[in-house]
Design a protein around this ligand. Structure first.
Ligand SMILES: Nc1ncnc2c1ncn2[C@@H]1O[C@H](COP(=O)(O)OP(=O)(O)OP(=O)(O)O)[C@@H](O)[C@H]1O
Ligand SMILES: [Mg+2]
Ligand SMILES: [Zn+2]
Length: 399
């Protein structure tokens, strides 16, 4: 059998298998039960979070014979049966009731005219023809306008699903004629669980920490997570099948900067230790990490302290337990005010670094500046980093 990438092999074919988007799948299932299917939908959200997948399951569901003919099944299960002729056509990719149209490469008025022609004809089999228009924000204004009429008076058999990663680029005239669904970033623990299920199904051994690392790297996109898993399997498992996928190998492959480095930065600030800070800068530069990427993650590290200050819980910190404990331990050493100041400096530096020539030198300077922030001699600033509630109050007032 030829090799199929994980993202395709494990594409969900039922509503219940679509992770983290229950607010959407439930609404669609309800409208199916009530027989209130709309003609225009906008699916927006990050890359690889299930927009195309949900559109396909939807198309399959509205044409499934069992869903149409068996009211009890429709009410109790509300999933495409996967067995009727229509469902099988969908699964084999031979159904004529679904058309996917890539607006990024077909965005002229002529392309839209062709589509409009096509929309006039009803389905030969089944009830609805579903048109998925991907990357719809890439359509030209003229193309959008050419489409408006169709959307205002759609033939009864047509359902349009507009998918986009950039909702704000869709004209209000189109958006207001559609039901809008915003797909969420997929939480780390759900990505981890999905990857775990895939590894089990593929009989691949894998560390929990390794999966978490892949999940973090994917930043909320399930497709990214699955593609990274593919890459990791090729890299780690084929080298040594017995050992499976281990944290160290994944970290190496992904060129991952360990949390230790970020705690080293905050330690250097607290200890006013420029040598330590320069050590971190050297580490980043010598190992070929991207400085911008490092600053981004350093900001996230500081943001974790802020979250902890405000919520007094590590719930929103997406890290393994031992790292969360480390945040708990360190939190009393920083005031929210001092964290905000550091974040400001880093945000500014991120902007400026883009245009600099002496990049590495500037990068070192920025990190050193963090220490400087803590100890400019001004007493209000100095206490702002210190422990103790009384002192903390003072620093907050100083802001
Ligand atoms: N919510 C999800 N639950 C389970 N798997 C998912 C989910 N979202 C994405 N996937 C996996 O990622 C793959 C790609 O998802 P999909 O094509 O639906 O993404 P998309 O949101 O349309 O992305 P893009 O904006 O890049 O078109 C799917 O084949 C599936 O394996
Ligand atoms: Mg898509
Ligand atoms: Zn069916």
């Amino acid at each position: 059998m030829s090799y199929q990438v994980i993202a395709r092999k494990y594409r969900p074919s039922r509503f219940s298998d679509i992770t983290a988007q229950e607010h959407i799948t439930r609404t669609i299932q309800n409208s199916l039960r009530l027989g209130r299917v709309g003609h225009g939908y906008i699916f927006s959200g990050l890359r690889g979070v299930g927009k195309t997948t949900a559109a396909r399951v939807f198309a399959k569901a509205v044409n499934c014979s069992r869903m149409i003919e068996d009211p009890v099944y429709l009410k109790d299960v509300t999933e495409p049966c996967g067995e009727c002729e229509s469902c099988r056509d969908f699964d084999q990719g031979t159904s004529l009731n679904i058309s996917e149209f890539d607006a990024a490469s077909n965005n002229s008025v002529d392309d839209i005219r062709l589509l409009r022609e096509n929309v006039r004809y009803g389905p030969q089999k089944g009830r609805y023809r579903v048109y998925i228009i991907d990357e719809v924000h890439m359509l030209s204004t003229a193309a959008f306008n050419a489409f408006l009429k169709t959307l205002e008076e759609p033939p009864p058999h047509a359902i349009f699903i507009f998918a986009t990663t950039e909702l704000h680029k869709i004209p209000a005239t189109i958006a207001s004629r559609c039901q809008r669904f915003n797909f969420k970033r997929i939480p780390l623990d759900e990505i981890e669980k999905q990857l775990r299920d895939i590894c089990d199904a593929e009989k691949i051994q894998v560390d929990k920490e390794a999966l978490q690392l892949i999940g973090r790297k994917a930043q909320g996109s399930m497709r990214d997570a699955q593609s990274i898993l593919d890459q990791v399997i090729a890299f780690a498992v084929e080298e040594d099948e017995e050992k499976g996928i281990e944290y160290d190998k994944v970290a190496e492959l992904l060129n991952y900067i360990d949390d230790d480095q970020f705690f080293d930065v905050t330690d250097a600030v607290l200890e006013r230790d420029p040598a330590k800070m320069l050590g971190v800068a050297r580490f980043v530069i010598d190992n070929g990490y991207d400085e911008q990427d490092f600053l981004e993650k350093l900001i996230e590290h500081l943001r974790n302290f802020l979250v902890l200050h405000n919520l007094r819980s590590t719930r929103l910190i997406e890290r393994p337990e031992p790292v969360k404990e480390r945040y708990q331990r360190d939190i009393s050493r920083f005031s929210p005010g001092s964290i905000m100041k550091m974040i400001d400096v880093l945000l500014q530096a991120q902007k400026e670094l883009k245009f600099q020539f002496e990049y590495q030198f500037r990068f070192e300077l920025v990190l050193l500046k963090l220490i400087d922030l803590a100890g400019t001699g001004d007493s209000a600033d100095t206490v702002s980093l210190a422990e103790g509630t009384g002192e903390k109050k003072k620093s907050l007032n100083g802001l």
